[in-house]
Design a protein. Structure first.
Length: 412
């Protein structure tokens, strides 16, 4: 019986080359093939055989899951509840039996790219710089995606700019006493899931903002209703976020950096050999969302530009990694937060430390900072492309942006 990974690479090769070595059903678990063909029917983490990690009937992977997503059926079989699983991947790290693995969206995504009747956009996460090769520029990567079959590449950092602006306005409006505070980061689905499912009483302090990924997908579909949107990043949890019912209109498929690497290899695409193409126009604020502390820094600077004489200054604090985030939340609940703007990231280092990144979080952080320093603008308030995009979405004033920005808002 071949493994899930072997089955995955077999069908990836078959999809790219249209060749088949003729596997018989006796050689693989047919339920695993269904996971590859219909990933939206499963959790972002899938069980690849019977897990035997842990002792005395207590699975180590299940114990690590703060969302209680790994459960036993009435028959005693271990399974993963796709409605509870956030895709944080903590269970994969904890499972010593190696029976847990990340789901893959490649096969249906490639099929959608080929059969699309409208444009297909690769929406690249801010953590992308240097992931495939240190010398690959954003322009080269854009050309590589076009070689893959995409119509174009959009940097999600531009939409991080817009969400920075939204959260800065929210802070300026709602945090006006010493006891007021705001919880973010809208970009991390694990952090938001933690608050929604474990610490629900704190939800009134979470602005009703979608993530930059959702904002990007919704904007593309507003401007191009027949478009197919594919988000690409280091995060497994984005697969779960994209399927949440109230925001499932935005992103059709989520691929990880590792999945894209596999496609590049299968299609013999070398991004470092591609020609340069035009760049997007995000500010430094949007580009540094990818590393821990980036959202706090972006919103703080934007608030200071927006309202330089406000009586309550922005006092930030951030935590990265689930244990540190939980500790910070407990201190907030105990009245010991010592800040009024709190940023949480589920992965150590922030998005650059995501489970499907291709390089170390330290190197990726340095790349993100360097790319941020290359930006022509420091904040979204300085970035004329933010105002231009908002006008395309028919927001003529700041008041309209705040009061009628359904495209960037969700009701938790």
């Amino acid at each position: 019986m071949i493994t899930f990974d072997e089955l995955y690479h077999h069908y990836l090769k078959k999809s790219v080359t249209d060749s088949d070595s003729g596997l018989s059903e006796a050689e693989y678990d047919t339920s695993q093939l269904d996971c590859l063909l219909n990933p939206k029917n499963y959790a972002p983490v899938i069980l690849n055989g019977e897990c035997t990690c842990g002792e005395d009937g207590q699975n180590a992977c299940a114990a690590r899951c703060i969302f209680n997503a790994i459960v036993r059926t009435p028959e005693g079989k271990l399974t993963i509840d796709k409605d509870r699983c956030s895709g944080c991947a903590a269970c994969i790290d904890a499972c010593t039996s190696g029976k847990l693995t990340a789901s893959r969206d490649i096969l249906p995504a490639l099929d959608a790219i080929r059969s699309a009747k409208g444009p297909v956009y690769a929406m690249i996460a801010p953590a992308f710089t240097g992931q495939w090769n240190a010398g690959v520029t954003p322009g080269m990567l854009r050309s590589a995606f076009k070689a893959m079959g995409f119509s174009g590449m959009v940097e999600v950092a531009l939409f991080a700019d817009i969400l920075t602006l939204k959260e800065a306005f929210e802070f300026d409006k709602n945090v006006n006493t010493d006891t007021d505070f705001q919880l973010t980061s809208c970009c991390c689905p694990v952090w938001i899931s933690m608050i929604r499912k474990v610490y629900h009483e704190l939800m009134p302090h979470v602005p009703g903002s979608v993530s930059p990924m959702i904002a990007c997908g919704r904007t593309i579909k507003y401007l191009h209703p027949d478009a197919v949107t594919v988000f690409i990043g280091p995060c497994l949890a984005k697969k779960a976020e994209a399927r949440e019912p109230d925001i499932a209109d935005a992103v059709d498929y989520v691929l990880t950096f590792q999945e894209v690497r596999d496609i590049f290899e299968a299609m013999n695409i070398h991004p470092e050999e591609m020609e340069e193409s035009e760049r997007d126009h995000s500010s430094r604020a949007g580009r540094i969302y990818a590393r821990s502390g980036g959202v706090s820094e972006a919103v703080k600077k934007t608030v200071e530009q927006l309202s330089p004489y406000r009586s309550i200054a922005v006092k930030t604090r951030h935590a990265d990694g689930v244990p540190a985030c939980r500790q910070m939340i407990e201190e907030i609940r105990a009245g010991k937060g010592m800040a009024n703007f709190f940023e949480g990231m589920g992965c150590v280092g922030g998005c650059v430390g995501g489970p499907k990144a291709l390089i170390s979080k330290e190197t990726a952080r340095d790349n993100v900072n360097a790319y941020g320093n290359e930006a022509l603008y420091q904040t979204p308030l300085e970035n004329p492309y933010v105002a231009e995009l908002l006008k395309k979405l028919r927001f003529e004033t700041v008041e309209e942006f705040l009061d009628k920005s359904d495209i960037f808002t969700r009701q938790f």
